[in-house]
Design a protein around this ligand. Structure first.
Ligand code: URA
Length: 217
């Protein structure tokens, strides 16, 4: 069943895949952290710390449950994300939705964000000073959400969260401990769209993530 999902990963998405399990109501508990999270988002939305804001339509802060057990971190918004203000809604995002569905993880239960919150022009890699300007927002997001699992999608998230010299192809699939969370790197969904051979390793990584996630929810 899950294998069928796996081999369907690169098929065009017509509608958001239906995830049947686990069924769980998200209850967002009022807390001081939530107020701080709202304040942090406000601060990010008016940020002018680097040049990326000038070329972007809007700041793409993050989406999902601010008390999530699992957080996924990508690189930076693309054109679709810049337009909609939501991370991972373009082609790579649709593929991420399929991967999550295959692992029976509900997108609305987790938190999804990027290392940089504004779209780099022509989707170029964010530059060092842009990452340095934006990373305090990511750190605060992690500190306030307190996820138990962080998944680094692609090189920039891996190098920002795991280690500056870490290479995804080397460290993927292994657990690290950062920010009091278990952290795993895997290939970025966009890399999977370019190279189908990455499908199998991503699925292997996702199974490990899913197994731990299930013990924590
Ligand atoms: N790629 C990313 O890294 N993040 C997004 O939000 C979309 C595509």
């Amino acid at each position: 069943m899950k294998e069928r999902y796996l081999f369907d990963l690169l098929a065009p998405v017509k509608k958001r895949p239906k995830v049947t399990a686990p069924k769980r109501q998200i209850v967002i508990q009022p807390s001081e952290s939530l107020d701080k999270f709202t304040a942090l988002k406000q601060e990010a939305l008016t940020c002018q710390r680097c040049r990326l804001r000038q070329g972007a339509t809007q700041v793409v802060f993050g989406v999902g449950n601010p008390q999530a057990v699992l957080m996924m971190v990508g690189e930076g918004p693309g054109a679709d994300e810049d337009r909609q203000g939501i991370p991972f809604v373009g082609r790579a995002g649709q593929l991420l939705d399929k991967i999550l569905a295959a692992a029976e993880i509900r997108r609305e239960d987790i938190y999804i964000t990027n290392v940089v919150k504004c779209r780099p022009p022509q989707n170029r890699m964010p530059q060092e000073d842009e990452v340095a300007a934006c990373v305090p927002f990511l750190k605060r997001q992690i500190e306030l959400i307190k996820p138990k699992i962080i998944v680094c999608l692609g090189a920039l998230a891996t190098q920002t969260i795991i280690a500056p010299e870490a290479r995804v192809s080397v460290v993927r699939g292994r657990w690290f401990e950062r920010f009091n969370a278990r952290v795993m790197a895997t290939f970025h969904p966009a890399a999977l769209l370019r190279d189908v051979s990455k499908k199998r390793p991503v699925w292997e990584d996702m199974k490990k993530i899913r197994d731990i996630y299930r013990t924590l929810i």
